[in-house]
Design a protein. Structure first.
Length: 742
């Protein structure tokens, strides 16, 4: 037995790092108006709370708080509350039975016609005959008086005021609004300038006064057959397009106020809150063979301004092509999640193939790149397999096929009768199947190994050693030189113990000859792949599975219905306990707990005492993540949900979210790289009804963590962000100053 020439083995960490190269809502906190605090801190520590932002969109489910400051909706599954003025989501309340007050007692939206009043606000007066003046009736129907108002006799819409005894009349020839006092008989009229041919109208008296909504037809224009939604004549020719413009007019008491609704694409239904302080509607516009743009518009009546509203463009899938992501966990000298990303053009074929990988051990984060890009994707097809990460690029192999042309291979050029089995991370050594035998290739060198390629399993270690076993022969090879350092025929099985290849260790099973014994004995051995020495052994043991502690000083052994934890290298027992119905185990990332389960962590035991760990919330979180599409890695340290680019760690259930090579903790908003956008807002303090007043950029000093990915992947505790009262005063003053700048 001989040692490897260690000077030839590269450090993986160095290589991958490219070296050397139900209380009610409280008042919204006011922004500070004092100068920036001279003292950079001081005062009590206040929590910075991230509040995920999702736009309110299902207007039919909206409920409005009396006073019109907030709206609630069940469209997100819970009872979610938004602040209308800022447009920010405040909080979500669990939808219980009975529902929270916001979703039980607040009132739904209404329409202009439903806000029209047939009687006075106090219910005592009505309008009677209008053929010769305006007859005022009592609630009993008795005639009280007839008031002169010639223009009111032609009114086509009538409504009583929100308070008092005033009446609004809308006449259309000419378009005129008249206000009549039912007690004194005084009246005033105002002509409303028209912008087109009157098509439709509505009238109601809202909180700020009479509100009119008009629909007017503009001048006909040619309709572009391709760009617009056209109507056609019997010959299939597009008819002229006549826009239908919508606007609102408010009588504020001191004159008419125009509210341009910005609608010129046909009739839309406009809704209001129960007090008529806000108008809102949705509409969309499609573009042929492209997509549809949808809008939610939320307009304040009077001097009110709203932060609600959105614009969303959705491409037609039939015309926009598609993207397909396929990912898997790999352990090949590094532990990483690797993804192939295919881009298909509409009715053309493959546009390109990209790769993306997340290296969790060593904790190097995201890398990404391009496999192939086609200028003319017509009738193209590509096959590709992604392998290990070497240097700054992912290694891959495949072929590009064009119709009526020969397929062009890309990736490593292989000898005849050879296919790739694997490529290692860190150094890019290739494992090949050549004529049914295993070969190792590095640079131009090829080494044939005495193994059956169809029966061989292999393990890449962190240091560069490669272990292989085909059932008959066990080998340890220097992956850089191809030199065989160890060859044995007495190994029946090999266990990697979840983390063994990171620690340069494997567990060998079999009947081994021991010094002083006449015959071989059943048991297991711990093999150090760097020195090729047996560092520990256990006779009379037949483990079903094992797990190495990340600290390397212990080994957990599963034997049918019992787990034993032993010290390494002494083999001294630490503790043991009984288990049932499990077939896998792994140490928690910090080495203090042993997880057990069938295909994922389902329970935990203290690694020092064997006592159950009472953390049902964590295991429920792990189970939910996997059931919702997350993929656990072989070490049970990570769960990747590729659809959302989210990596969960099983040590505490926290999640890291990736956007490109940037990362963020969604639960706190802490980030590396660029700050979060409008999808996260932040409030300060423990008042869960306070409107989130800051964005990620404003809180950069408290949220940005350049070392976030490394801290997360090494399992370290990441303290949640806080701000002192002194810092908060300074921040509010700075934000107020920036807001006032022209």
């Amino acid at each position: 037995m001989s040692d490897f020439p260690r000077t030839a083995v590269l450090s993986l960490v160095c290589t991958l790092a490219a070296c050397p190269r139900d209380a009610g809502p409280t008042d919204t906190p006011e922004l500070g108006t004092t100068p920036i605090a001279e003292v950079e801190g001081g005062g009590a520590e206040l929590a910075i709370v991230a509040v995920p932002q999702t736009p309110a969109s299902e207007t039919s489910q909206w409920l409005f708080e009396p006073g019109g400051r907030h709206l609630a909706s069940t469209e997100l599954g819970d009872c979610t509350v938004w602040d209308i003025e800022t447009g920010r989501l405040i909080r979500s309340l669990e939808l219980t039975d009975p529902p929270p007050p916001a979703c039980a007692n607040w009132l739904p939206g209404t329409t202009l016609s439903e806000l029209q009043r047939d009687t006075s606000a106090d219910g005592t007066l009505m309008v009677g005959n209008m053929s010769r003046g305006v007859e005022i009736l009592a609630s009993t129907g008795a005639s009280l008086r007839t008031l002169p108002c010639p223009i009111c006799e032609t009114a086509q819409a009538v409504t009583w005021s929100a308070s008092g005894h005033q009446i609004a009349f809308l006449s259309t020839e000419p378009l005129t609004l008249t206000i009549l006092d039912a007690d004194s008989g005084q009246h005033r009229s105002q002509v409303i300038a028209q912008r087109g041919v009157l098509e439709d109208f509505g009238l109601a008296w809202v909180l700020d006064g009479p509100l009119i909504v008009l629909s007017e037809l503009g001048e006909p224009t040619d309709c572009n057959d391709y760009a617009d939604n056209c109507d056609y004549d019997d010959n299939g020719e597009p008819l002229p397009r006549q826009p239908s413009m919508r606007r609102a007019v408010l009588d504020s008491g001191s004159g008419l106020v125009e509210i341009d609704l910005g609608i010129d694409q046909g009739y839309v239904d406009i809704d209001l809150d129960p007090e008529g302080q806000w108008m809102f509607w949705t509409h969309d516009q499609g573009e042929r063979r492209s997509g549809t743009t949808s809008w939610l518009t939320f307009v304040g009546v009077g001097n009110r301004t709203s932060g609600l509203g959105w614009e969303h463009y959705e491409e037609y899938e039939d015309y926009s092509g598609s993207m397909d992501r396929t990912g898997e966990w790999r352990v090949d000298g590094a532990t990483h999640w690797v993804v192939s990303i295919r881009y298909e053009a509409y009715e053309a074929g493959l546009e390109g193939l990209d790769w993306e990988t997340t290296l969790t051990s060593p904790p190097l984060g995201r890398r990404m790149g391009e496999v192939i890009r086609l200028e003319d994707p017509l009738d193209s097809e590509v096959e590709a397999e992604l392998f290990g990460f070497a240097g700054d690029a992912l290694r891959f192999s495949g072929q590009l096929c064009m119709e009526e042309e020969a397929c062009t291979p890309f990736g490593p050029v292989l000898p005849a009768d050879c296919t790739i089995l694997d490529i290692a991370s860190g150094h890019g050594t290739e494992l090949l199947d050549c004529g049914g035998r295993v070969h190792l290739r590095k640079s131009a060198g090829m080494t044939a190994l005495p193994l059956d390629a169809n029966a061989t399993f292999w393990w890449w270690s962190r240091s560069g050693a490669l272990a292989l076993h085909d059932g008959d022969t066990f080998l340890v090879v220097d992956a850089l030189t191809g030199r065989i350092g160890l060859q044995r025929t007495d190994v029946d099985g090999v266990l990697d113990g979840k983390l063994g290849t990171e620690l340069d260790r494997l567990v060998l099973l079999g009947e081994f000859q021991r010094p002083g014994r006449a015959a071989p004995e059943l048991g297991f051995e711990v093999l150090d792949l760097a020195s090729l020495a047996i560092t520990a052994s256990q006779p009379d043991a037949a483990p079903m599975e094992v797990a190495f502690s990340p600290t390397g000083d212990r080994l957990a052994v599963l034997e049918t219905d019992r787990i034993r934890v032993i010290e390494l290298p002494s083999g001294k027992a630490v503790t043991s306990w009984e288990v049932q119905s499990i077939d896998q185990l792994a140490f928690r990332q910090d080495g203090k707990v042993v997880y057990v389960g069938t295909e994922m962590p389902e329970a935990g035991f203290d690694a020092a005492t064997g006592q159950p760990v009472d953390d049902p919330l964590l295991f429920a979180t792990i189970t939910e993540a996997i059931e919702n599409g997350g993929e656990p890695d072989p070490s049970w340290r990570w769960i990747m949900h590729d659809e959302f680019r989210e990596l969960m760690r099983t040590i505490d259930g926290r999640t890291l979210e990736f956007r490109g090579d940037e990362a963020r903790l969604p639960d706190t908003g802490q980030y590396s790289g660029s700050p979060p956008g409008p999808e996260l807002a932040f409030r300060v303090g423990d008042n869960s009804w306070a409107v989130p007043e800051f964005d990620g950029k404003q809180l950069e000093e408290w949220l940005r963590r350049p070392d976030l990915v490394e801290l997360f992947m090494t399992g370290q505790t990441i303290a949640k962000p806080t701000i002192t009262t002194g810092e908060l005063d300074g921040l509010r003053a700075r934000v107020a100053t920036e807001t006032r700048k022209p």
